[in-house]
Ligand binder design. Structure first.
Ligand SMILES: [Zn+2]
Length: 295
C-alpha cells in the first residue's frame, strides 16, 4: 500500500523547527513526501480573534493549542507584524527540496486565506497565488509543481485561477479518489488529489481517541483497496507529536507499506474521472471545507 504523505507548513515556527525535524525523520527511513509551504507573512496570531467564538475556543482547549503551537505563534501578527517566512527561512525550504521532497505552495498568507476566502474576488485570489508562486520560484530556482489551499478552503473561482499557473496537480479538498475538477461546467486539466484521512486535531479528543491510541486508530483507517492520502502539520507531527509520528512511520513501514509524494499517486493512476467540489462539513473541524462530489 502506498500512502500519499502531505506535510502542511503553516507558520514561521513550524518551518524553522518542524520541517527540519520531519526531513531528518524521513531521511532516516529513505522516505519522500510533499511539503506545502506558507511563504508570506506569518499572521497566525490573528486567530486570537476567533477565540471569541465558542466552537473555536472549545477546539483550542480540546487540542491544547497553546502547547501545540506555542503562545508566540498564537500571538504572532496580533502584537507585531509577522515575518515573511519564505525570505527568512528560504534555506529550510531549499533543504527540503534538496532532500528529494516534492515542494508545493500552501499559501502566501495562511491566515488571510482562511479568514477571507469567502469574499475574495478573482484578482485577489490570483494575486495571493502569484505572490506565493513568485517567492517559491525564487527560493527553489524553479516554479512549485503543485499547490494546496489552507484549510481546504477552495471553490470554483480558486480552481479557475489555479489553472493559470503551471501546477501539475492540486490538493484542495477532502474526498476519496483522484479526479479532474469541473468548475463552471468546464473540465480543468490539473488533477485534484483529495485528502482521504482525518488530521490529528480532528481526531484526538473525540470518540475516546487519545495520544495513546492515536496511531492505532490511524493505522486502522488505512485501506489497501482505496486511495490513502494523509495530511500532517509541521507544527504538530513535526514538533510536539514528533515521537508519536515517528512510531507511526515505523509501524507503517514495518507492515510493508510505504509513503510517497502525492505526485507519485497521479503518475500511477490509470484512469482519472471527473468530479466537482462543493462545501461540506468534516467531523472535528470548524466551518466548511471543500469536498469532492459526484457530477
Ligand atoms: Zn495549513
Amino acid at each position: 500500500m502506498k500512502i500519499g504523505l502531505r506535510i502542511d507548513v503553516d507558520t514561521f515556527r513550524g518551518t524553522r523547527l518542524g520541517v527540519p525535524n520531519l526531513c531528518r525523520l524521513l531521511a532516516e527511513h529513505a522516505t519522500r513526501a510533499t511539503f506545502f509551504f506558507s511563504v508570506g507573512p506569518d499572521n497566525m496570531g490573528r486567530h486570537l480573534r476567533r477565540l471569541l467564538r465558542p466552537a473555536f475556543l472549545w477546539k483550542m482547549l480540546r487540542t491544547k493549542a497553546s502547547s501545540l503551537y506555542g503562545w508566540d505563534i498564537l500571538l504572532r501578527g496580533t502584537l507585531w507584524p509577522g515575518p515573511i517566512i519564505g525570505k527568512r527561512l528560504s534555506h529550510v525550504i531549499r533543504a527540503a527540496a534538496d532532500d528529494g521532497h516534492e515542494v508545493g505552495l500552501h499559501a502566501w498568507d495562511h491566515h488571510a486565506w482562511q479568514a477571507h476566502i469567502d469574499t475574495m474576488d478573482a484578482d485577489t485570489v490570483h494575486q495571493s497565488l502569484n505572490r506565493g508562486v513568485e517567492l517559491l520560484t525564487k527560493v527553489l530556482g524553479c516554479p512549485p509543481v503543485c499547490s494546496a489551499v489552507p484549510g481546504w478552503k477552495c471553490n470554483d473561482l480558486v480552481l479557475r485561477e489555479k489553472a493559470r499557473f503551471a501546477f501539475c496537480y492540486n490538493s484542495d479538498c477532502r474526498g476519496d479518489r483522484i479526479f479532474l475538477p469541473v468548475a463552471g461546467g468546464k473540465e480543468l486539466s490539473q488533477p485534484q488529489i483529495p485528502v482521504t484521512l482525518p488530521t490529528y486535531d480532528e481526531v484526538v479528543g473525540r470518540h475516546g481517541v487519545s495520544n495513546d491510541s492515536y496511531n492505532e486508530h490511524m493505522l486502522g483507517l488505512l485501506d489497501p483497496g482505496r486511495l490513502n492520502v494523509l495530511t500532517i502539520h509541521a507544527e504538530v507531527e513535526g514538533m510536539v507529536c514528533l515521537d508519536m509520528f515517528t512510531r507511526f512511520v515505523e509501524s507503517v513501514l514495518s507492515k510493508g507499506h510505504s509513503f510517497v509524494p502525492l505526485g507519485t499517486l497521479v503518475e500511477e493512476s490509470a484512469q482519472i474521472d471527473r468530479a466537482a467540489m462543493a462545501p461540506g462539513e468534516i467531523c472535528g473541524r470548524e466551518g466548511w471545507v471543500a469536498c469532492q462530489v459526484p457530477l
